[in-house]
Design a protein around this ligand. Structure first.
Ligand SMILES: Cc1cc2nc3c(=O)[nH]c(=O)nc-3n(C[C@H](O)[C@H](O)[C@H](O)COP(=O)(O)OP(=O)(O)OC[C@H]3O[C@@H](n4cnc5c(N)ncnc54)[C@H](O)[C@@H]3O)c2cc1C
Length: 384
């Protein structure tokens, strides 16, 4: 693994940075945070420039890069604004990835290009009211009837649910399977299918432009061809997906932390107390140095995981290490940024409190930090 980005990766970083700095204005960030609204126009612009489809192959209208390039873009977007950045980076998560690995050619051609072009948004529904960290059994059931499936159940906390066109939904297809996770399957469901209802969740602590919803499925009928991959393999597909999506979350955390550090650094250079800029006090400057160390370590873990992922190497432990470490680093760095701003850090107009509120999600979604540690310890038990 190289420790320097290639010229092409540097170009991507620069282009995404320029785009985000121009489009994610502080005023818009505050407005969307208050309104809990997805920035659809910015999403379309980002998609037209290819920034949301970097990891999708060119044959499906993507840019043909890997998860490392995607992580660099996610980091840059979250650096400028954590809420808009998170919304952009999750706009087409999971569905293209599962179809590229397990979908039929018909499914790939139908669903991936509109996502890559920014003409559609998708969502992935695993979590249920009673099944969050423990997804070994789903209460949402799909029952075969003739040549269609009838689905009933509830999904909770689904990113993009209120605005998504297509959903991948993990269901229990064999309730008698032992262990139960061997009886789960993944289905494609389109918005507007009768019996499929979405309710937007309001009042999130952070990433408020990244909208979240609860889904109720009542006798939802989907054709047989909407099954993704093999019957009863859904749990394994979900775990495979997490190896990649958790790297995206780690990249979000790195970007959020970097954005907060840069703001705090500038503030510390300008704010004077006791006759000096506060950066001249080691009590402040050492905080900044520690913040920079944590970010760099988090970035290296994230890039390493993405690099392994792109080469098809075993990555679960590296991914979990990156996500758990980057999430904690983001929480600590954004907390210190508020401290450096003093009382002003507590005010929305100074922005760093939003970075802190948004950073918290990186320790929760796509598997909590505790769940990452379970993955790491399970792996260590096999290795040591
Ligand atoms: C904004 C947001 C967006 C989300 N987007 C999606 C999405 O798009 N799709 C989707 O499917 N889900 C999504 N989620 C759900 C998210 O992945 C879950 O919230 C998360 O996995 C935790 O599940 P839970 O909330 O039920 O907590 P629980 O599983 O109930 O956990 C509660 C606490 O117990 C701890 N815990 C649980 N089991 C163990 C254990 N064995 N050892 C140690 N500690 C443990 C957890 O770490 C946590 O601290 C989203 C959540 C949020 C908040």
């Amino acid at each position: 693994m190289h420790f320097e980005l290639t010229e092409e990766q540097k170009e991507i970083k620069k282009a995404v940075r320029e785009f985000a700095e121009k489009e994610f204005t502080p005023e818009l960030a505050l407005e969307l945070d208050e309104k809990e609204e997805f920035p659809i126009e910015i999403y379309k612009k980002a998609a037209k420039l290819g920034f949301t489809s970097l990891r999708i192959p060119e044959e499906y209208d993507g840019q043909g890069y890997g998860l490392l390039e995607d992580s660099i873009a996610v980091e840059e977007m979250c650096r400028v604004d954590p809420g808009i950045g998170a919304a952009m980076s999750l706009s087409i998560l999971m569905l293209p990835d599962i179809l590229l690995r397990h979908g039929t050619e018909e499914q790939k051609k139908k669903y991936i290009p509109p996502l890559a072009r920014g003409d559609a948004i998708c969502a992935a529904a695993v979590t249920e009211p009673e099944h969050g960290s423990d997804i070994r059994r789903m209460d949402t059931k799909a029952v075969k009837s003739g040549n269609e499936w009838i689905i009933n159940g509830d999904k909770q906390f689904i990113t993009n649910a209120p605005i998504a066109d297509t959903f991948v939904v993990i269901c229990q297809t064999d309730p008698e399977a032992t262990p139960s996770h061997r009886g789960q399957s993944a289905f494609l469901i389109e918005k507007g299918t009768p019996g499929f209802e979405v309710t937007q969740l309001h009042g999130k602590m952070g990433i408020r432009p990244c909208v979240t919803g609860a889904i109720s499925l009542s006798d939802v009928k989907v054709p047989e061809k909407n099954l993704i991959g093999e019957l009863n393999k859904g749990f394994y597909y979900a775990l495979e997906l997490f190896d990649g999506t958790r790297i995206t979350v780690a990249a979000q955390a790195v970007g959020m932390a970097q954005g907060a550090l840069e703001r705090a650094f500038q503030y510390a250079k300008n704010r004077k107390q006791f006759g000096s800029p506060i950066i001249d006090f080691q009590g402040v400057s050492f905080k900044l140095a520690d913040m920079a160390i944590k970010i760099e370590a988090a970035r290296m873990l994230t890039y390493k995981a993405a690099w392994l992922y792109d080469r098809g190497k075993p990555v679960s432990m590296a991914t979990s290490m990156a996500k758990a470490f980057a999430g904690r680093a983001a929480m600590e760095v954004t907390d210190e940024a508020i401290q450096i701003y003093g009382g002003y850090g507590f005010l929305a107009d100074y922005h760093v409190e939003r970075f802190h509120r948004c950073a918290k999600i990186t320790e929760i979604y796509e598997g909590t930090s505790e769940v990452q540690k379970l993955t790491i310890i399970n792996r260590l038990m096999k290795m040591m």
